[in-house]
Design a protein around this ligand. Structure first.
Ligand code: HEM
Ligand code: HEM
Length: 184
């Protein structure tokens, strides 16, 4: 039943799916360089602010990702063009679902690590986030290494994904790029 839901074909992406896609793209393309910059920097008020923003936007990515997966399962996605080779369809399908997994797992790992080492976290300096995880320093290190691995895997997949999107837009010109644009 789940497998059938994952394959549901729709006439096009819903406006919510499109807006969430581009919101995620903007946030994730910022979170990755900010994450790398802040974790290699000496403490300062600016670096502290980077941490607060990273955690707040990271948690926002998580909430929107759960929403987005729900939309995807409920609404489905448009079919690929009939002339798209089977291998490319399979690759696109696999990359898309891996992206969905990583936009959920990456923030969860950041959340768990932060919960163990550095509570409390106040969402955008205001709403306190309940953190329930405990862990020794060695565990915290492992969780943040996993957070880094997940984030780097996400970055690598996103680079491939952008390459594929541009390939469809510029070389194949098959409408795949346009169908993710709001208003189309
Ligand atoms: C999709 C969402 C997220 C992405 C793409 C992301 C990405 C990254 C990246 C690339 C780093 C640098 C890793 C390194 O060089 O060591 C990092 C570090 C970090 N992230 Fe995230 N992150 C996300 C969500 C979160 C969330 C939700 C939290 C906490 C609530 C969080 C907390 C942290 C912390 C505390 C560090 C520093 C770890 C350290 O210094 O070892 N991140 N993140
Ligand atoms: C940076 C974070 C990004 C993430 C996490 C992401 C994730 C995804 C996911 C999961 C899908 C599949 C939607 C579905 O079929 O359910 C998708 C589709 C798509 N993405 Fe992204 N994306 C990102 C950035 C981008 C960027 C920067 C571009 C453009 C340069 C782009 C262009 C597209 C296009 C054109 C589609 C539609 C593909 C199709 O209909 O088969 N994405 N994206």
């Amino acid at each position: 039943m789940v497998d059938a839901a994952l394959r549901t074909e729709a006439a096009g992406y819903s406006p919510a799916q499109k807006w969430l896609h581009w919101l995620h793209a903007a946030m994730i393309l910022t979170l990755i360089p900010v994450g790398i910059a802040m974790s290699g920097a000496d403490p300062s008020p600016t670096v502290n602010a980077m941490y607060e923003l990273h955690k707040s936007f990271g948690l926002t990515v998580f909430v929107l990702a759960v929403l987005r997966v729900a939309f995807r399962v409920a609404h489905g996605a448009p079919a690929y063009p009939a002339d798209m080779p089977e291998m490319q369809r399979r690759a696109a399908h696999a990359v898309h679902w891996l992206l969905y997994v990583l936009i959920v797992v990456t923030p969860v790992l950041g959340f768990v690590g932060t919960s163990m080492c550095c509570k409390p976290v106040n969402l955008f300096w205001t709403v306190p986030v309940p953190f329930g995880f405990e862990g020794a320093e060695a565990t915290v290190k492992i969780v943040f290494v996993l957070h880094k691995i997940a984030a780097i895997s996400l970055a690598v997949l996103v680079i491939g994904h952008i390459g594929a999107a541009l390939f469809h837009a510029v070389v194949r010109r098959d409408g795949i790029f346009q169908r993710m644009l709001p208003g189309r």
